[in-house]
Design a binder for this molecule. Structure first.
Ligand code: CA
Length: 472
């Protein structure tokens, strides 16, 4: 009897020990990826064995969303775990290194701040796009280290990075040509951008394998400009369209990076206790040769093609491989899930809007993580009406398998379980549900702020209001 008791205690101890070892967490966020452009989402054109292996060894969220349909606000949501309009982050930020109000407000606590409460080593790699002012950069937002660039995009070939720093930037998109940053220092770099970002991630894991770490790896691929090296281009001899071929090569370069990350985790025997998320910041763009099938529309809209994205999570120690989760979830859940795992008792000053996904993934809770998911698109292209500058604002709510969508005078209700392509507006069959969801949307909108800064499409106006923008 005593022996059995001792055995039980040992088992308990070992279980506790496992749970007391905080997992490493890696968020791999890609940019403008088409929904149908990965092996596990049905592509027969682009092979992505390494990304597919994350999906096979963990959970696929079939109904995974981001909180906005373009880059910068979507990232603001992910990194705070909060609907970004709650704090006025409603537009795609401009590149304005002299402006402390263009980016993620300092009132916000980031997911990297969360990991620092448990002494994680933290790294941001790649595209930042949450503010270029020195006070808004990664090292001031919870990250120990940064390697990448501050803008909404970047040229991919090192020979194009011919601006020494921000003082040489004279237009918004010119910033795509600045030298990369390592922490606060501009550096010379020789590798194709995606390869350099993968290399830095692997090297950080290599030196940090003994302590828990958090990595926010934000590849800018396959965001435009479409640029790839021969190494990846030659993998697609059957794609004749040059743009599509280049896009495919860019996705393939990400897949190689994912493979290298998995390999270094295995080498250090920390693979089983590392959580890896993989998702895109918004849907495929109309401009980057992506394939969003079977979803309707693309980046920038609240149709599924703008906000529903490939989304997987892997944690071999805790999540059964081959799990498929079909209820709606959102990128904001990454923050809430991380908090529940590493520091559940922490009191946050700001309300978070995500849910801890683990009980749902493991089947301990059979309900819906979210009764409703909400979106407001603040309209990126401004227009003039009666002499006043205005934007087309659209609204959407997801409730179970239904989606309410109001866009430019059109009222729509879709049953996504039978109509993922949003072809059949069933509002006339279920007007009470539509009205109820509109009511929910109106209530939710009361919790939001109008955008607190001008966006990418307001470049000219911003320059007029800030004539010294490019003067140092
Ligand atoms: Ca994007």
């Amino acid at each position: 009897m005593k022996k059995i008791l001792l055995f039980c205690l040992l088992v308990l101890f070992s279980c506790d020990f496992k749970n007391d070892t905080l997992p490493n967490v890696i968020v791999i966020l890609v940019d403008d990826l088409g929904y149908g452009d990965l092996g596990f989402t049905g592509s027969n054109e682009i092979s992505t064995p390494n990304i597919d292996s994350l999906a096979e060894n963990g959970v696929i969220f079939t109904d995974g969303y981001v909180s906005y349909a373009v880059c910068s606000p979507s990232r603001a949501g992910l990194i705070t775990g909060r609907y970004q309009d709650t704090f006025g982050y409603g537009l795609n930020a401009l590149y304005t290194p002299k402006d402390p109000d263009m980016g993620l407000p300092l009132s916000e606590f980031t997911i990297a701040d969360l990991f620092k409460t448990k002494n994680y080593k933290t790294l941001a790699v790649g595209k930042w796009h949450l503010g270029a002012h020195e006070s808004l950069r990664p090292l001031n937002r919870g990250f120990d280290e940064f390697f990448g660039f501050l803008t909404g995009g970047h040229q991919y070939f090192p020979e194009q990075w011919n601006l020494a720093d921000e003082t040489e930037v004279k237009c918004n998109f010119c910033a795509y040509r600045t030298k990369l940053l390592r922490n606060e220092e501009r550096i010379d770099e020789n590798e194709y951008l995606t390869d350099a970002l993968s290399r830095e991630t692997v090297s950080f894991i290599d030196k940090s394998s003994k302590s828990p770490f958090f990595i926010y790896l934000a590849y800018n691929a396959p965001h435009g400009p479409l640029q790839a090296t021969d190494k990846y281009l030659k993998r697609f001899p059957n794609i004749k369209d040059k743009r599509r071929k280049t896009y495919a090569a860019m996705v393939s370069s990400i897949d190689d990076g994912v493979g290298q990350i998995v390999a270094i985790l295995k080498k250090h025997e920390i693979y089983d206790n590392t959580i890896i998320y993989f998702l895109s910041d918004n849907g495929g763009a109309s401009s980057n040769a992506s394939n969003n099938a079977p979803l309707k529309s693309h980046k920038g809209t609240l149709y599924e093609g703008g906000i529903r994205i490939p989304f997987v999570m892997q944690w071999p120690n805790e999540i059964k491989s081959g799990t498929i989760f079909k209820k709606p979830i959102i990128s904001l859940d990454i923050f809430a899930t991380s908090k529940a795992i590493i520091n559940p008792d922490l009191k946050l000053k700001n309300e978070i809007h995500g849910q801890n996904l683990l009980p749902y993934i493991k089947g301990n809770d059979g309900g819906y993580p979210h009764e409703h998911l909400y979106w407001r698109n603040n309209g990126h292209q401004p227009y003039i009406e009666n002499g006043v500058r205005a934007r087309y604002i659209t609204h959407a709510v997801r409730y179970k398998n239904y989606k309410m969508f109001i866009r430019r005078g059109d009222s729509m209700l879709f049953d996504l379980s039978s109509d993922i392509g949003e072809k059949n507006n069933i509002i006339d069959k279920n007007r009470p549900l539509f009205n109820e969801l509109v009511k929910k949307s109106v209530e939710w909108n009361k919790t939001l702020m109008d955008p607190i800064f001008l966006g990418l499409r307001d470049d000219e106006l911003y320059n007029k209001l800030n004539p010294d923008r490019y003067i140092y």
